[in-house]
Design a binder for this molecule. Structure first.
Ligand code: ZN
Length: 343
């Protein structure tokens, strides 16, 4: 193994085996306060890949912020090869406001790759691409459900690229949702430069979800082992993820209050009752049933709905029996003692 050289990032030199927080200057606040994008650079003693891990591109999605905080505290990083660029809050403006968006009401995840003289969102995107994604060999972007919706831990990835499929499997989330690259997303911009990138979704905006945090942290460490940034752990066997071939939101047929009968991770058969919609007096009622056999991968947490609102996100799986087994294994792995050791 080759000894690493010093690493230059944002005008700061980081010696092998050291870590530093570098503040990349951003647009000032209109109070004239300085604003910056904090990046913790963890530089290994030996040469290896460069990987970014980012969170809070949507400023209210805080599970990823906690995943990165735990990652940076992890003892595993002592044996790091290569360089980790940890960016816990990509959208500090939204994070302060507890908002998904930027102050200009733009969605940062529709503003990539951005331009240096573009909108505020475009400038933040450009800074991220230039200083962080542009110098990385791999990337993981951490998200949660939005708008009172929670997600079962899942990886969103484009399955056209074999390197990305391998990373998605290595991550070990219970389910992989193949998804088209969305225009303007960080994932699209990073994939366009030829860098394999994963999007992890788990839990709900503005809340900590312990299992989503644990699965996310474990997944990031597993990917780091897989790409050679951390030593392999032979005792850990990663099951092949379930790859869904179709997902669909089950929507409300009437406005009212939704009483849910299922939870994320549940396997449901076609026509299973997912819940009941009723008016507050209980006069009008309508049951909501599964249009196909699948796994609940997302759900509404706020029970107040209008006709047409998305209630339950269902993923069809190629082999329901195998999927059920995989989900059982996933659930038991959350309490496994090995979990602590992987930290
Ligand atoms: Zn998001």
């Amino acid at each position: 193994m080759k000894k690493a050289k010093s690493y230059l990032f944002g005008g700061t030199t980081i010696a092998p085996g050291e870590r530093t927080t570098v503040e990349l200057p951003m647009a000032k606040l209109y109070t004239s306060s300085e604003m910056s994008l904090p990046v913790q650079v963890v530089h290994g003693r030996t040469e290896g890949p460069i990987m970014f891990v980012s969170a809070a591109v949507h400023g209210d999605e805080i599970n990823g912020v906690e995943i990165i905080r735990r990652l940076l505290n992890s003892r595993s990083l002592r044996s790091l090869r290569g360089t980790l660029l940890a960016v816990p809050v990509v959208n500090p403006f939204g994070f302060i406001q507890r908002s998904r968006y930027l102050p200009d009401r733009r969605d940062l995840n529709r503003s990539f790759p951005g331009v240096s003289r573009g909108s505020l969102a475009g400038r933040v995107a450009h800074l991220f691409m230039n200083e962080i994604a542009g110098r990385s060999n791999y990337g993981i972007d951490l998200h949660t459900g939005s708008n009172f919706r929670t997600n079962l831990p899942q990886i969103r990835a484009s399955l056209d690229d074999s390197a990305t499929i391998e990373l998605a499997s290595a991550f070990g989330a219970p389910i992989v949702v193949p998804s088209e690259l969305r225009e303007g997303s960080l994932r699209e911009a990073v994939a366009a430069q030829g860098t394999p990138v994963l999007v992890y979704e788990g839990g709900e905006a503005l809340y900590f979800n312990e299992s989503a945090i644990r699965v996310g942290l474990r997944g990031v460490l597993r990917v780091m082992r897989y790409v050679g940034m951390l030593p392999r752990n032979r005792r850990v066997k990663v099951r092949e993820p379930i790859i869904t071939d179709r997902t669909s939101w089950v929507r409300a047929g009437m406005s009212g209050i939704f009483t849910r009968r299922v939870n994320p991770g549940d396997m449901v058969k076609k026509r299973t009752k997912l819940g009941v919609l009723s008016d507050p007096l209980g006069d009008a009622q309508e049951s909501v049933s599964a249009p196909f056999t699948g796994i609940v991968i997302g759900q509404l947490t706020l029970p107040l709905v209008h006709e047409g609102d998305a209630l339950i996100h269902l993923a069809r799986v190629p082999d329901p029996e195998e999927a059920e087994e995989a989900m059982d294994e996933y659930t038991s792995s959350l309490t496994d003692e090995d979990f602590g050791m992987e930290r």
